[in-house]
Design a protein around this ligand. Structure first.
Ligand code: DC
Length: 233
């Protein structure tokens, strides 16, 4: 059932890996009849391309060059975001641990963040008065759409985030173990929080939700209630 809510909004959702923000964003978009822009998919697309070109993931100049020639298109839908590089749909190829690591590395490069800022804001501009988009990432409420009228910061304990990520990778049929998954989450937490440009932190006006003990439905119900309250219903 669609929620009774307003249209034309940008809803920002930020949080660390495994906080449940992708599932929450997808479900919320469906509830509201909004589009869902998964901005992590854009960083993953750049990481994917960098791996393909065997670029040095720590070399800012190399990444700047890669971004300059990058043909990247992102299309938000109700149930996810499709990404195309050089006209090829790579949506299904960017979920591997290898691409996760590459995405976290390239996300530290200012040239990459600048390029992706344009892509993300262009999607936001296309949201007409009848539309609405749930944008999910790490710096949406702080950098990409600081004027978003509704912002959420989702978090959960490290233990539960590792378990969720492990389950997700298993479901994709990848051979993973809990120790390796823990290492991946720790590495990504560190690079998200410590990079100089747009580090992960809650916007001052973000509504914080701890999803450690909450199911997806409960998280989304809390979000819908907050949005309706903002909209004065
Ligand atoms: O949400 P995700 O796991 O798909 O994101 C992949 C990487 O992209 C993550 O390690 C951090 C980076 N990222 C970012 O720096 N800023 C965003 N808005 C979204 C993702």
């Amino acid at each position: 059932m669609a929620a009774r809510t307003t249209t034309g909004l940008i809803v920002a959702i930020d949080g660390p890996a495994g906080s449940g923000k992708s599932s929450a964003a997808r479900l919320l978009a469906k509830r509201l009849g909004y589009l869902y822009l998964d901005t992590g998919a854009l960083y993953r697309a750049v990481g994917w391309k960098a791996l393909k070109e065997k670029a040095d993931l720590r070399d800012e100049e190399a990444l700047r060059g890669l971004c300059a020639g990058l043909d990247l298109v992102a299309t938000p839908h109700r149930d996810g975001t499709k990404v195309y590089v050089d006209g090829r749909d790579i949506t299904g190829e960017i979920r591997t641990p290898e691409v996760s690591r590459a995405a976290a590395a390239v996300a530290a490069a200012p040239a990459v963040r600048r390029r992706l800022l344009e892509v993300q804001r262009a999607v936001g501009k296309n949201v007409g008065p009848e539309g609405g988009v749930v944008v999910e990432g790490r710096d949406i409420g702080t950098v990409v759409f600081p004027e978003a009228p509704v912002k959420f910061f989702l978090d959960a304990s490290t233990e539960i985030r590792v378990k969720r990520r492990y389950r997700e990778l298993k479901q994709q049929g990848l051979a993973v173990d809990l120790t390796g998954t823990r290492r991946e989450i720790d590495m990504r937490d560190l690079s998200d929080a410590s990079r100089e440009v747009a580090p992960l932190r809650p916007a001052e006006d973000a509504i914080r939700i701890d999803s450690t003990a909450l199911g997806q439905e409960e998280v989304v119900a809390a979000m819908v209630a907050a949005i309706e309250e903002k909209a004065g219903r």
